[in-house]
Write a protein that binds this ligand. Structure first.
Ligand code: HEM
Length: 261
């Protein structure tokens, strides 16, 4: 609760500062854009563009955006340390295509096929968001013989799709290759739904994919991730904790700076 109060206070200050400096000819970010909508809708009764709504929306973006991507990056580091062959293959690809003199960019993404497949496999196997947000059924519907009345609250179980043996064959194996086609192209199976699906799927999906595509290659380009000295790491021994996200329990890792070749 203390943390929630802190974040709400922080966001409140941010909104107040934007209101003080608001200039409708200089819209620089989401809060400015929302304030402009508020201004244009000020005479409308029941407008959704209110200061309270703005603070709640920014809170959703901060909470939904920060915890999810950092958790995914934590899993990626853990898998690198536990799977040295896979880490070496990702590094080799980055070294060949990007080198070590500059950071990987979004333009490299199309060529970093194995790295991209690794990120997709992390999103599938680690299942950062196990259960989607609650949805309400807006009409009576029958799906595969199940009658779902209008007004029912549904909690879609993303994990049941991302770990279904009928879809993936060997879901318990960590295998980035499953996302690479016979011609070396990246596959996008429709069952790959870590951001869920439909009209209300994750609003931050593109941003999250961009962050992961920049951070994960940059980390492995600079560091080699290893288990603590004198130990081995079996991913099957790492438990996840189910909270806002599905997060690995605290773990220790060595990050060794790679020498330039
Ligand atoms: C690896 C990263 C992420 C994963 C796996 C993820 C996953 C999800 C999932 C499964 C949902 C529920 C969708 C639904 O119920 O239909 C969701 C909703 C949402 N996500 Fe993400 N997300 C990620 C990153 C982000 C980022 C970076 C942001 C914001 C900048 C964000 C903001 C939101 C918001 C605001 C919602 C609620 C959308 C709504 O109610 O319409 N997420 N996310």
């Amino acid at each position: 609760m203390r943390n929630v109060n802190y974040i709400e206070g922080f966001i409140g200050d941010l909104v107040d500062k934007h209101m003080e400096n608001f200039d409708e000819n200089k819209i620089e970010d989401f809060i400015d854009a929302f304030l402009l909508k508020m201004k244009n809708a000020r005479d409308q009764k029941d407008s959704i563009f209110t200061k309270k709504q703005l603070a709640k929306t920014v809170l959703s973006l901060v909470v939904g955006g920060a915890e999810t991507t950092t958790t995914t990056i934590m899993w990626a580091i853990l898998y690198f340390a536990a799977k040295p062959d896979i880490q070496a293959r990702v590094f080799r690809e980055i070294n060949e295509i990007v080198g070590t003199d500059r950071l990987p960019s979004l333009q490299d993404k199309l060529k970093l096929v194995y790295t991209e497949a690794f990120i997709m496999e992390i999103l599938r196997a680690c299942n950062t968001v196990l259960v989607s947000l609650a949805h309400t059924c807006s009409v009576d519907v029958t799906i595969q013989g199940f009658d779902i009345p209008k007004g029912t609250t549904l909690l879609p179980d993303i994990d049941s799709v991302l770990s279904d043996p009928k879809i993936w064959g060997d879901p318990e194996e960590f295998r980035p290759e499953r996302f690479i086609g016979e011609e070396g192209n990246l596959l996008q199976p429709e069952e790959f739904i870590p951001f869920f699906t439909g009209k209300r799927n994750c609003v931050g999906e593109s941003l999250a994919r961009m962050e992961l595509d920049l951070f994960i290659p940059a980390l492995v380009q600079r560091y080699e991730f290893l288990p603590p000295e004198g130990t081995t790491l079996d991913i099957k021994d790492i438990d996840g904790v189910f909270g806002i996200t599905h997060k690995p329990k605290p773990f220790e890792i060595r990050a060794i700076v790679r020498k330039k070749e």
